[in-house]
Design a binder for this molecule. Structure first.
Ligand code: ZN
Length: 496
C-alpha cells in the first residue's frame, strides 16, 4: 500500500502583525520529500506517528512536506501554494491513503479556510481515496473540512502533549477502514461560541469536563470524539468551538456530536476568561514570591503577547510594571527585537550599552503604539539561537530563535532574539547559558506551552494580561467577518 502523508501546521492570528512567509515554516523553512521524512521520523508529532505506523505495517510512505510555523499573521499566498501544491502533487502520483497532520486554523492572505481548501484540492485529484486528518484542539472547523475528510481526530490535551497519540488515532481508524472495508462516518456540530484560550486547558473546568465526555463516548465504542476549542483571534466566519465525531454510521456519529455540543453549550460561561488588572497581577506575583521564597521563580505569563497565539513577542508592559513595582532578579525571554540583537552583536560580549528595546512592531491596536523601553545593559552572551527541544512538547525538534543575545540590566537578565519564539522549553534560556531557576521571577510570553517545562521549576504562576495582539480583551479587536451572533460577544446568542 502506498500512503501520502504530510504535516502543515499554522494557527493564524488575523490580528497579528507578524508576517508568515515560507521561511517561517521550520528552522530553515519547510522540508519536502525524503528530507521531510528524515526530519519527522522519531518526533512526537502526528506525522511522526504516521511514519511509525506505516513502517510497522510495512507500507510504502511518501512524506510530501513537513512544515510548522509559530502562530502569526495570515500566511503568504505563495507559501501556501508551494506547500499545498507539494501535497496535491504527491497525491496525484497515486496512493491508497492520505494522512494529514494539520492545525485547522490556518488563514492565508486570500483564504479564510486554508485547510478546507487544501482538503478540497486533495479530494479533487483523488476522489474515493481515504483522507484521515489529525488536528490541533484549537482548530476552527468548517463545513469544507468535514466534507473533504473521512476521519478527523483532534488533540485532547492543552497544553498539547498528545500530538503523536492523535496522529496514531486518526491513522488507526483509516487502516481499520482499509483492512475491513467498513467506511467510517463523520459528523460535526459548530457552536456559536468563542472560547478563550485560557479557558481551554484540559486539566480543569468546563473544557476538562467536555473532553472527559468525549473520552467517555470513545470508551463506549465511538471511533473518535473531539472537542475543538477553536482559535478566537481570527476574524473569519468559522472561528470558535465545534465538535467532530467519527462513528460506524452517520446516525451514531451525529447523535454523539449533538449531545457533546449541547453539553458544551450548557456550560458556555465556563469558556469565558476575565483578566485581572496588570498592576494587581504583578503585586500578586510579589506576594507569591514572598510566601514561597527559595523554591524557584514565580512565573509571570504575559498572555497579552502570547507567541503561540501570534503575539509580536516584543512588548514590554509586564517588565515595565515589574520595574515600577521595584521587582528585581527578573529573567525574561525571549523578546524578539532584531535591531537590538544587531546592536548587541556589534558591541560584543562584555560591552556596556544603552538599548531601546521592544515595542517596535506596529500592533494596530486602538490608542497608538507605546515607545521602546530604554535600558542600560551589558552583553553577556551571543548565540545562533538554535536548540533541540527536550521538554514534553515538540520533543526532539530543532527550533531556531534567530541570532540571540543575553543582556544583563539592573533588575535581571533579558534574552533577546531575532525571531519570535514561544518559551516552550527551558532551552530558550539554557541554550544561551542562562539557568532559569536562578531568578526570583520569570517573565514568559506564553500562556500555556511554557507550563509543562517551567511550572516544575517554579514557585507558582500569575497570568498577566497586557496590551498586545493576543490580549484577552476582545474589545481591542475589530471582528467584521466572524459569523454572528456568537457568545460571549453577543450575550443573547442561542444555540441553533
Ligand atoms: Zn493549539
Amino acid at each position: 500500500m502506498r500512503i501520502v502523508a504530510a504535516r502543515l501546521n499554522h494557527e493564524t492570528n488575523t490580528f497579528s502583525p507578524v508576517s508568515t512567509p515560507l521561511s517561517a515554516f521550520g528552522p530553515d523553512g519547510p522540508t519536502f520529500a525524503a528530507q521531510a521524512l528524515a526530519q519527522a521520523t522519531g518526533t512526537r508529532t502526528g506525522l511522526g506517528a504516521f511514519i511509525d505506523l506505516a513502517r510497522q505495517r510495512g507500507d510504502e510512505l511518501v512524506v510530501a512536506v513537513n512544515a510548522t510555523a509559530n502562530p502569526s499573521g495570515r500566511v503568504q499566498d505563495s507559501a501556501f501554494e508551494q506547500m499545498a501544491g507539494s501535497i496535491v502533487d504527491a497525491v496525484k502520483k497515486g496512493c491508497d491513503l492520505i494522512l494529514l497532520d494539520l492545525h485547522g486554523a490556518m488563514v492565508t492572505q486570500s483564504l479564510d479556510d486554508a485547510e478546507g481548501e487544501l482538503l478540497r484540492r486533495v479530494r479533487a485529484v483523488a476522489a474515493g481515496t481515504p483522507v484521515a486528518v489529525a488536528l490541533d484542539l484549537h482548530a476552527n472547523l468548517s463545513q469544507a473540512m468535514v466534507d473533504h475528510a473521512d476521519v478527523i481526530v483532534g488533540f485532547k490535551t492543552y497544553p498539547h502533549v498528545d500530538m503523536y497519540e492523535t496522529g496514531a488515532h486518526a491513522a488507526r481508524l483509516a487502516f481499520r477502514w482499509l483492512d475491513t472495508g467498513q467506511r467510517p462516518a463523520i459528523a460535526w456540530r459548530q457552536l456559536p461560541l468563542l472560547s478563550h484560550t485560557l479557558a481551554s486547558a484540559t486539566a480543569q473546568g468546563a473544557m476538562q469536563r467536555a473532553v472527559a465526555r468525549a473520552q467517555g463516548l470513545e470508551q463506549q465504542g465511538l471511533a473518535a470524539a473531539t472537542v475543538f476549542a477553536g482559535f478566537s483571534l481570527a476574524d473569519i466566519p468559522n472561528a470558535g468551538m465545534s465538535v467532530v465525531t467519527v462513528g460506524e454510521d452517520h446516525h451514531q456519529a451525529q447523535a454523539a456530536a449533538d449531545a457533546l455540543a449541547r453539553m458544551i453549550w450548557d456550560e458556555r460561561a465556563g469558556f469565558v476568561y476575565t483578566s485581572a488588572d496588570l498592576v494587581d497581577s504583578v503585586a500578586r506575583a510579589k506576594s507569591l514570591r514572598a510566601a514561597s521564597a527559595g523554591v524557584g521563580p514565580v512565573l509571570l505569563l504575559d498572555h497579552g503577547d502570547n507567541v503561540m497565539s501570534g503575539g509580536s513577542c516584543d512588548t514590554t508592559p509586564v517588565l515595565e510594571e515589574c520595574l515600577r513595582q521595584g521587582v528585581t532578579r527578573i529573567g525574561m525571554g525571549p523578546l524578539a527585537d532584531a535591531q537590538t540583537v544587531a546592536q548587541a552583536i556589534e558591541a560584543g560580549v562584555g560591552a556596556a550599552l544603552k538599548v531601546r528595546v521592544g515595542n517596535k512592531m506596529a500592533l494596530g491596536l486602538p490608542n497608538g503604539q507605546p515607545p521602546p523601553l530604554a535600558l542600560q545593559v551589558q552583553v553577556r552572551a551571543i548565540t545562533d539561537g538554535r536548540f533541540r527541544i527536550t521538554g514534553p512538547i515538540y520533543t526532539g525538534e530543532t527550533w531556531a530563535m534567530g541570532r540571540t543575545v543575553v543582556l544583563e540590566h539592573a533588575a535581571g537578565i533579558l534574552v533577546v532574539s531575532e525571531r519570535p519564539m514561544e518559551p516552550l522549553d527551558l532551552g530558550v534560556f539554557t541554550s544561551v547559558g542562562v539557568d532559569p531557576g536562578q531568578f526570583d521571577y520569570l517573565i514568559l510570553k506564553s500562556r500555556m506551552y511554557c507550563r509543562p517545562s517551567f511550572v516544575p521549576i517554579s514557585a507558582g504562576l500569575v497570568e498577566c494580561d497586557s496590551r498586545g495582539v493576543t490580549s484577552s480583551d476582545y474589545g481591542l479587536f475589530k471582528f467584521s467577518r466572524l459569523r454572528r451572533p456568537v457568545y460571549p460577544l453577543d450575550l443573547q446568542t442561542s444555540m441553533p
